[in-house]
Design a protein around this ligand. Structure first.
Ligand code: HEM
Length: 140
């Protein structure tokens, strides 16, 4: 009856901030996502705040990011980066590992699986990653 129905109800604002912090710590640590890490600024602290505020709204809480920046469309902020399936999967890998590191329940991970894939895939703006084909490197 009073089952939590949104990830925000399960995690709360603090939980989402912890998840986001773990996400960028893992981006820094995991050699598998070096390419993704290299796209980001040296200091990840501002991104910890931005992504946390974004996810708090996206997960069903108050729209903190939209209130600050005026919108939630993620296509434009990502337009300067060539994002293909490999980078999308690196992003999702960090998020899966962050959920694991912060002790997320199986229920929550299931709840987030498809929506996270959809939003990450919507941000993808290339069919291939530059590294997939040496001919593409010159054109990106
Ligand atoms: C699909 C793979 C993705 C890649 C490769 C990627 C990469 C990036 C990069 C390089 C930045 C700029 C970081 C900096 O300035 O240091 C950024 C910003 C951002 N990303 Fe992503 N991202 C991805 C997916 C996502 C997803 C799925 C979300 C949301 C659920 C997201 C939310 C954000 C936000 C909120 C910002 C800050 C935008 C602003 O400046 O206000 N990103 N991303």
């Amino acid at each position: 009856m009073n089952q939590p129905s949104t990830p925000y109800q399960i995690l709360g604002e603090d939980g989402i901030r912890q998840l986001t912090s773990a996400f960028y710590d893992l981006m820094d640590e995991l050699p598998e996502v070096a390419e993704l890490r290299a796209l980001h600024a040296r200091d990840l602290a501002p991104m910890k705040t931005k992504l946390a505020e974004y996810l708090i709204g996206w997960m069903g809480g108050p729209p903190l990011y939209a209130q600050k920046y005026g919108g939630v469309c993620m296509t434009e902020p990502h337009a300067p980066y060539a994002i293909g399936p490999a980078l999308r999967d690196q992003w999702l890998f960090c998020m899966e590992r962050a959920l694991e590191r912060t002790g997320a329940s199986e229920e929550l991970r299931e709840m987030l699986k498809v929506p996270l894939f959809r939003i990450a895939d919507a941000i993808r703006n290339r069919d291939k990653d530059p590294g997939d084909n040496p001919d593409l490197i010159a054109s990106v």
